[in-house]
Design a binder for this molecule. Structure first.
Ligand SMILES: [Zn+2]
Ligand SMILES: [Zn+2]
Length: 268
């Protein structure tokens, strides 16, 4: 490695911005905990999910998996924040509209690739045959997950999920320029909170919680059986686009019926 390359690496390694990002994520998490206790619907869901988790943790095999995952998750996060994030974030001023667009682009691009990974690598598919089904099967042991089951996964899946998210941020930062720390904190928080929420046992279907109820119900449909649909994680946009929405009755039969109807319409 020559000196010029090393000095360019050092120049682009934004450690101070990364420290701000870490502080921002800690503050957002703590603020989230406070808000949860202030809103009765959130507080009730929090109680229900904590009680369910406590019951599950009584089973040694379950507690072992959670501990296994926490260890590997911690290692991956340290590597990500030490080696990748510093090259993607900046403290230079950016407009609010720029930050909003950046955040949305990151989430929608990530969700597209996550959809493909989940559908074609983690599940049985005619296209690739689901080469990583054995990895994802661990996560699907939970047929009716609670909030913490978002991290009941094989460490390989933790690496792939976090790796895909941070790779999306890295490659987009090369195309679009470094992301403001605020964009990074809000986007990372949205990514992790939505993922947690999808697994949350949720009971309220009243305004303004209808969408939260929908997201939770749809991901629980996915967990109910290994052949279910709803492969995306941030929104169900790609499931809607590619015909894999699952309202509890699967998606394959409906998709096949739609194909048949389309062929008959063409033939007629
Ligand atoms: Zn799955
Ligand atoms: Zn899940």
């Amino acid at each position: 490695m020559n000196a010029a390359f090393l000095s360019s690496l050092a120049e682009n390694y934004h450690w101070l911005a990364t420290l701000y990002a870490i502080a921002g994520l800690v503050i957002a998490t703590l603020a989230g905990k406070v808000v949860t206790q202030l809103i009765p619907t959130l507080k009730a869901a929090d109680r229900l999910n904590k009680d369910t988790l406590a019951k599950k943790m009584e089973r040694p095999s379950y507690a072992e998996n959670q501990a296994w995952n926490r260890k590997w998750g911690g290692i991956f996060v340290v590597l990500i924040f030490g080696l990748i994030v510093p090259f993607t974030v900046t403290l230079e001023t950016q407009s609010w509209s720029q930050m909003l667009i950046d955040g949305l682009v990151i989430l929608f691009v990530y969700d597209f690739f996550y959809y493909l990974m989940h559908r074609f690598l983690f599940h049985d598919s005619a296209f690739l045959g689901g080469p990583l089904m054995w990895v994802h099967a661990v996560h699907h042991r939970q047929h009716n997950p609670c909030r913490q089951d978002s991290s009941f996964i094989h460490p390989i899946e933790v690496a792939l999920g976090l790796g895909l998210f941070v790779s999306t941020i890295f490659f987009l930062s090369l195309l679009m320029g470094s992301f403001h720390v605020v964009t990074f904190v809000v986007t990372w928080t949205a990514f992790s909170q939505i993922n947690l929420h999808n697994h949350t046992l949720w009971t309220s279907d009243r305004f303004p919680f209808k969408y939260m109820n929908y997201l939770s119900r749809m991901h629980h449909n996915h967990h109910a059986k290994f052949t279910g649909g709803n492969f995306a994680t941030i929104t169900l946009l790609y499931d809607w686009m590619f015909g894999t929405l699952d309202n509890g009755d699967g998606w394959k039969k409906r998709a096949a019926a739609q194909r048949k109807a389309a062929t008959e319409a063409n033939a007629g």
